[in-house]
Design a protein around this ligand. Structure first.
Ligand SMILES: [Zn+2]
Length: 241
């Protein structure tokens, strides 16, 4: 699902290490490694008879590894939200991992729920999306190219496990510019906030008296906010993603 447009500058699912492709598990190589272990053992321990039972057990172990759907390599074509489903999806408030077969079914599902939507927003210098379902406080990095959300904690159970659409602001580059003078940790924006809102927040922060002391001549907002953070480490909400 490729969406035209200028990619965000702030961190998002396409740039976050936890969401990037990983090299797959080569199960044939894994089996070859097990066979090589047996050969080396026999070579290095000629007096140590390897019983057929042990070999059978090893072969059976390798077979189970190869047959285990959970060890299937990630498809390079998967998008970040699909990868996160494969790596982390669970249900019942994150208590039970989704079965590999269920994860693959979710990944294969390209549809979105008809009405429920989630919204991308800026939190601590990152584009994130929170779970839209009541009682679930989960969140993920927002994907710019695959604008869908499947919760890794509640498995979107409230809508029968359907993906929901993630709405990005049309002016995401403007939003990034509005908060660009702030240190990353205090770059926040929620849908509906305007340039004037952000400017008013900056002015309020400058005017309310900083823990870091009075403003200094020529000091930028970013420098001042950073100084405040040093003096008072509490810098606002940060979503857990
Ligand atoms: Zn959820």
């Amino acid at each position: 699902m490729r969406v035209p447009g200028i990619a965000p500058v702030l961190d998002h699912a396409e740039t976050h290490p936890g969401y990037l492709p990983r090299p797959g598990i080569d199960r044939l190589q894994m089996a070859a490694g097990a066979a090589e272990d047996i050969r080396r053992h026999k070579h290095e321990n000629p007096a140590d008879n390897i019983h057929d039972q042990l070999v059978d057990a090893l072969v059976g172990h390798v077979r189970s590894l190869v047959a285990d759907p959970a060890r299937q390599a990630e498809d390079p074509a998967w998008t970040p939200p699909q990868r996160i489903v494969w790596r982390s999806a669970a249900e019942h408030r994150g208590q039970l991992p989704l079965a590999p077969e269920r994860k693959l079914a979710v990944i294969a599902d390209r549809s979105v729920h008809a009405t429920v939507k989630a919204f991308a927003y800026v939190n601590a210098g990152r584009w994130v999306v929170s779970c839209p379902f009541p009682g679930c406080n989960s969140a993920q990095m927002a994907s710019f190219t695959d604008r869908r959300y499947f919760c890794c904690d509640c498995a979107n159970a409230a809508v029968g496990g359907a993906w929901v659409e993630v709405v990005w602001p049309e002016n995401h580059t403007d939003v990034e510019n509005w908060v660009a003078s702030r240190p990353f940790d205090v770059r926040h924006w929620v849908p509906g906030e305007t340039a004037e809102d952000i400017a008013a927040q900056d002015a309020e922060a400058l005017g309310r008296g900083f823990a870091g002391g009075p403003a200094q001549a020529g000091e930028s907002v970013a420098t001042r906010v950073a100084r405040e953070r040093q003096a008072s480490p509490r810098s606002g909400r940060k979503a857990k993603v």
